[in-house]
Design a protein around this ligand. Sequence first.
Ligand SMILES: [Fe+2]
Ligand SMILES: [Fe+2]
Length: 199
Amino acid sequence: MGDAGERAKFREMKEGTAQDWAIIGGEYRVLAGGLADRVLDHLRLLKGDFGGFPICRLEHSLQTATRAHRDGRDEHYVVMALLHDIGDTLGSYNHPDVAASIIAPFVSDELHWICKHHGHFQGYYYFHYLGMDRDAREAFRGHEHFDACAEFCEKYDQAAFDPDYESEPLTFFEPMVRRVMAKPLASLYRMEETVEAAE
Ligand SMILES: [Fe+2]
Ligand SMILES: [Fe+2]
Protein backbone atom coordinates (compact mmCIF):
# COMPACT_ATOMS: atom_id res chain seq x y z
CA MET A 1 0.00 0.00 0.00
CA GLY A 2 1.06 3.59 -0.54
CA ASP A 3 3.14 5.32 -3.21
CA ALA A 4 5.98 2.91 -3.83
CA GLY A 5 4.34 0.16 -5.88
CA GLU A 6 3.29 -0.20 -9.50
CA ARG A 7 0.61 2.19 -10.67
CA ALA A 8 -2.21 2.22 -13.18
CA LYS A 9 -1.51 4.13 -16.42
CA PHE A 10 -4.88 5.80 -17.07
CA ARG A 11 -5.52 9.54 -16.83
CA GLU A 12 -9.27 9.02 -16.98
CA MET A 13 -11.00 5.90 -15.72
CA LYS A 14 -12.53 5.28 -19.14
CA GLU A 15 -8.99 4.59 -20.46
CA GLY A 16 -8.47 1.86 -17.86
CA THR A 17 -7.27 -1.65 -18.74
CA ALA A 18 -7.46 -5.02 -17.04
CA GLN A 19 -3.79 -4.63 -16.15
CA ASP A 20 -4.50 -1.31 -14.45
CA TRP A 21 -7.26 -2.88 -12.41
CA ALA A 22 -5.15 -5.88 -11.48
CA ILE A 23 -2.71 -3.42 -9.90
CA ILE A 24 -5.44 -1.49 -8.12
CA GLY A 25 -7.23 -4.66 -7.03
CA GLY A 26 -4.06 -5.95 -5.44
CA GLU A 27 -3.57 -2.70 -3.57
CA TYR A 28 -7.21 -2.73 -2.46
CA ARG A 29 -6.82 -6.11 -0.81
CA VAL A 30 -3.89 -4.80 1.21
CA LEU A 31 -5.86 -1.69 2.14
CA ALA A 32 -8.92 -3.68 3.21
CA GLY A 33 -6.76 -6.00 5.31
CA GLY A 34 -5.57 -3.01 7.34
CA LEU A 35 -9.04 -1.69 8.14
CA ALA A 36 -9.21 -2.95 11.71
CA ASP A 37 -5.89 -1.32 12.57
CA ARG A 38 -6.96 2.02 11.09
CA VAL A 39 -10.24 1.89 12.98
CA LEU A 40 -8.40 1.13 16.21
CA ASP A 41 -6.01 4.03 15.54
CA HIS A 42 -8.98 6.34 15.07
CA LEU A 43 -10.64 5.08 18.22
CA ARG A 44 -7.50 6.05 20.14
CA LEU A 45 -8.08 9.67 19.08
CA LEU A 46 -10.89 9.74 21.67
CA LYS A 47 -8.38 9.32 24.49
CA GLY A 48 -8.32 12.37 26.74
CA ASP A 49 -11.33 13.91 24.98
CA PHE A 50 -13.69 14.56 27.90
CA GLY A 51 -16.11 17.08 26.39
CA GLY A 52 -17.26 17.85 29.93
CA PHE A 53 -18.18 14.23 30.68
CA PRO A 54 -16.90 12.47 33.84
CA ILE A 55 -14.63 10.20 31.78
CA CYS A 56 -13.00 10.62 28.37
CA ARG A 57 -14.61 9.30 25.22
CA LEU A 58 -12.17 6.40 24.90
CA GLU A 59 -12.88 5.30 28.49
CA HIS A 60 -16.61 5.60 27.79
CA SER A 61 -16.17 3.39 24.72
CA LEU A 62 -14.17 0.81 26.69
CA GLN A 63 -16.68 0.87 29.54
CA THR A 64 -19.64 0.43 27.18
CA ALA A 65 -17.92 -2.54 25.52
CA THR A 66 -16.80 -4.03 28.82
CA ARG A 67 -20.29 -3.84 30.27
CA ALA A 68 -21.71 -5.55 27.18
CA HIS A 69 -19.01 -8.24 27.26
CA ARG A 70 -19.48 -8.95 30.98
CA ASP A 71 -23.21 -9.18 30.38
CA GLY A 72 -22.57 -12.06 27.96
CA ARG A 73 -23.00 -10.27 24.64
CA ASP A 74 -21.33 -11.87 21.62
CA GLU A 75 -18.27 -10.53 19.86
CA HIS A 76 -20.11 -8.59 17.15
CA TYR A 77 -22.25 -6.83 19.76
CA VAL A 78 -19.19 -5.97 21.85
CA VAL A 79 -17.38 -4.53 18.83
CA MET A 80 -20.46 -2.42 18.01
CA ALA A 81 -20.47 -1.20 21.61
CA LEU A 82 -16.76 -0.39 21.45
CA LEU A 83 -17.08 1.62 18.24
CA HIS A 84 -20.50 3.25 18.71
CA ASP A 85 -19.03 6.71 19.42
CA ILE A 86 -16.00 6.56 17.11
CA GLY A 87 -17.66 9.21 14.92
CA ASP A 88 -17.50 11.92 17.58
CA THR A 89 -14.39 13.43 15.96
CA LEU A 90 -15.42 13.49 12.28
CA GLY A 91 -19.20 13.42 12.64
CA SER A 92 -19.74 15.94 15.40
CA TYR A 93 -23.33 16.56 14.19
CA ASN A 94 -24.20 12.95 13.30
CA HIS A 95 -21.73 10.70 15.10
CA PRO A 96 -23.93 7.56 15.14
CA ASP A 97 -23.99 7.54 11.32
CA VAL A 98 -20.19 7.37 11.17
CA ALA A 99 -19.92 4.34 13.44
CA ALA A 100 -22.88 2.65 11.77
CA SER A 101 -21.28 3.07 8.33
CA ILE A 102 -17.95 1.65 9.50
CA ILE A 103 -19.49 -1.49 11.01
CA ALA A 104 -22.24 -1.97 8.40
CA PRO A 105 -20.43 -4.59 6.28
CA PHE A 106 -19.63 -6.73 9.30
CA VAL A 107 -22.70 -6.89 11.55
CA SER A 108 -26.36 -7.89 11.50
CA ASP A 109 -29.13 -5.46 10.56
CA GLU A 110 -30.07 -5.28 14.23
CA LEU A 111 -26.62 -4.26 15.43
CA HIS A 112 -26.32 -1.74 12.60
CA TRP A 113 -29.72 -0.28 13.53
CA ILE A 114 -28.79 -0.02 17.20
CA CYS A 115 -25.58 1.81 16.33
CA LYS A 116 -27.20 4.15 13.81
CA HIS A 117 -30.07 5.14 16.10
CA HIS A 118 -28.42 5.15 19.51
CA GLY A 119 -28.26 8.96 19.46
CA HIS A 120 -32.05 9.30 19.51
CA PHE A 121 -32.39 6.65 22.21
CA GLN A 122 -29.57 8.02 24.32
CA GLY A 123 -31.37 11.37 24.23
CA TYR A 124 -34.01 9.90 26.53
CA TYR A 125 -31.51 10.41 29.35
CA TYR A 126 -30.59 14.06 28.68
CA PHE A 127 -32.37 15.85 25.82
CA HIS A 128 -34.81 17.47 28.29
CA TYR A 129 -31.91 19.23 29.99
CA LEU A 130 -31.00 20.90 26.70
CA GLY A 131 -34.44 22.06 25.68
CA MET A 132 -35.02 19.08 23.42
CA ASP A 133 -37.55 16.26 23.46
CA ARG A 134 -36.37 13.29 25.51
CA ASP A 135 -38.96 11.18 23.75
CA ALA A 136 -37.39 11.69 20.32
CA ARG A 137 -36.93 7.92 20.21
CA GLU A 138 -40.70 7.52 20.10
CA ALA A 139 -40.51 8.28 16.38
CA PHE A 140 -39.17 4.74 16.08
CA ARG A 141 -41.67 3.02 18.41
CA GLY A 142 -42.92 -0.15 16.81
CA HIS A 143 -39.74 -0.75 14.81
CA GLU A 144 -38.50 -4.33 15.16
CA HIS A 145 -35.22 -3.15 16.71
CA PHE A 146 -36.68 -0.48 19.02
CA ASP A 147 -36.39 -2.58 22.17
CA ALA A 148 -32.88 -3.76 21.34
CA CYS A 149 -31.68 -0.18 20.89
CA ALA A 150 -33.39 0.97 24.09
CA GLU A 151 -31.74 -1.90 25.92
CA PHE A 152 -28.28 -1.04 24.55
CA CYS A 153 -28.62 2.51 25.80
CA GLU A 154 -30.12 1.57 29.17
CA LYS A 155 -27.73 -1.25 30.08
CA TYR A 156 -24.47 -0.19 28.47
CA ASP A 157 -24.28 3.27 26.88
CA GLN A 158 -25.96 5.59 29.40
CA ALA A 159 -24.47 3.45 32.19
CA ALA A 160 -20.88 3.86 31.01
CA PHE A 161 -19.73 7.10 32.63
CA ASP A 162 -18.49 5.73 35.96
CA PRO A 163 -14.92 6.86 36.74
CA ASP A 164 -14.60 4.02 39.28
CA TYR A 165 -15.57 1.21 36.92
CA GLU A 166 -12.64 -1.02 35.89
CA SER A 167 -12.92 -1.54 32.16
CA GLU A 168 -10.88 -3.92 30.07
CA PRO A 169 -8.07 -2.16 28.15
CA LEU A 170 -8.25 -1.60 24.40
CA THR A 171 -5.81 -4.48 23.88
CA PHE A 172 -8.48 -6.82 25.24
CA PHE A 173 -10.85 -5.83 22.43
CA GLU A 174 -8.34 -5.52 19.57
CA PRO A 175 -8.48 -9.21 18.53
CA MET A 176 -12.28 -8.99 18.50
CA VAL A 177 -12.21 -5.98 16.17
CA ARG A 178 -9.77 -7.78 13.87
CA ARG A 179 -11.88 -10.93 13.76
CA VAL A 180 -15.14 -9.09 13.13
CA MET A 181 -13.61 -6.87 10.44
CA ALA A 182 -11.86 -9.76 8.68
CA LYS A 183 -15.11 -10.99 7.20
CA PRO A 184 -17.44 -8.54 5.45
CA LEU A 185 -20.93 -9.97 5.28
CA ALA A 186 -21.90 -7.53 2.56
CA SER A 187 -20.09 -4.87 0.56
CA LEU A 188 -20.41 -3.20 -2.83
CA TYR A 189 -16.70 -4.00 -3.27
CA ARG A 190 -16.78 -7.53 -1.99
CA MET A 191 -14.29 -9.88 -3.59
CA GLU A 192 -13.73 -13.40 -2.31
CA GLU A 193 -9.99 -12.76 -2.34
CA THR A 194 -10.52 -9.82 0.01
CA VAL A 195 -12.02 -12.08 2.62
CA GLU A 196 -9.25 -14.61 2.24
CA ALA A 197 -6.48 -12.02 2.35
CA ALA A 198 -7.85 -10.54 5.52
CA GLU A 199 -8.05 -13.84 7.36
FE1 LIG B 1 -23.15 8.26 21.03
FE1 LIG C 1 -21.93 6.47 24.03
